[in-house]
Design a binder for this molecule. Structure first.
Ligand code: NCD
Length: 303
């Protein structure tokens, strides 16, 4: 399967077989690191929004493969602050790099970048839309922990503005997972995302009681309320702190439950949960490394 030169913009652009191939490549890289296959290659990381894990793991992945990174984090330091357009920024950066990873507050910014760039563009999160590389690492984590992807998963939290869950719901449905959606009122999964899932079969349920959800599913995927996307700060105040996973929530948890979170966490998982056997969110962080090594190796045509 040849991914060389391709972009990675939406999870919808990938087939099941392609996702399986990427996950298999990541596993190979985790178990036996391939060495400097990206020597002489440069990845540009253009982060117009805050990031800890995504940007650093892309940089770490490049280094592990013998490549280099350039870029900026925070639009305030780049020429966009002078009024430069995104497309001019991309046309500039593509001349200095072999691939571009971009995070931007606007839905569609990654797609637009890919249209003007002759080098592969990787969407590291565009607005409330998509975050496909996070989805691959989420799938990888589930596969490593559960051995399969047709699991029972609850997506919890801000399903309206959360881009991670928009990408992940689609991929999980594709692999035959059963989804339970749990969100505060007003932050439900958008209708168009749900209707997109229907083509894989009717596998979506809703449930409000978190303890009940934890007693039924195998994977609890918890997300942060995406405060920065709220047009009205009062709307945020109404929903803030309305859900939290605590030991009490987990009192009847299913024996083989795992808890995942794309991070950052604010207050939606109590620290007391971190030491339990359910908590897998920091393993999930680790899995971001082999997954991003695989993505970079594949898109730059090195594997
Ligand atoms: C997520 C994001 O940026 O969408 N973070 C990440 O990449 N792990 C989730 C979030 O910000 O809540």
């Amino acid at each position: 399967m040849d991914f060389g030169g391709r972009d990675m913009i939406s999870i919808r652009d990938l087939t099941k077989e392609e996702i399986e191939h990427m996950l298999g490549t990541a596993e190979g890289m985790e178990l036996s690191p391939p060495g400097d296959i990206l020597r002489g290659k440069t990845l540009a990381t253009l982060f117009f929004e805050p990031s800890t894990r995504t940007r650093i793991s892309f940089e770490a992945a490049m280094q592990r493969l013998g490549g280099k990174t350039i870029g900026f984090s925070g639009a305030g330091t780049a020429s966009v602050a002078k009024g430069e357009s995104l497309t001019d920024t991309i046309r500039t950066v593509e001349r200095y790099s072999d691939a571009i990873a971009i995070r931007h507050p606007r839905d569609g910014a990654a797609r637009l970048s890919a249209e003007v760039s002759s080098k592969p563009v990787i969407n590291a999160g565009d607005g409330a839309n998509q975050h496909p590389t996070q989805t691959l690492l989420d799938l990888y984590t589930i596969k490593r922990e559960k051995g399969r992807l047709d699991v029972e998963v609850a997506l919890v939290g801000d399903l309206k503005y959360g881009r991670t869950v928009h990408s992940l719901a689609y991929a999980l449905a594709m692999f035959g997972a059963h989804l339970t959606l749990t969100s505060p009122k007003g932050l439900e999964m958008p209708r168009e995302v749900i209707s997109d899932l229907q083509k894989f079969g009717p596998r979506v349920a809703k449930e409000d009681d978190l303890a009940e959800v934890a007693s039924k599913v195998e994977v609890l995927y918890v997300t942060r309320i995406q405060k920065e996307r709220f047009p009205d700060p009062e709307e945020y105040e109404r929903v803030r702190g309305t859900y939290k996973i605590t030991m009490e929530t987990l009192r009847n948890a299913r024996e083989n439950l795992i808890i995942l979170h794309p991070l950052p966490r604010v207050d939606e998982i109590a620290a007391e949960v971190d030491g339990t056997r359910y908590a897998k969110y920091f393993d999930q962080v680790y899995y971001g490394l082999p997954v991003r090594m695989a993505i970079l190796g594949l898109l730059m045509g090195a594997v």
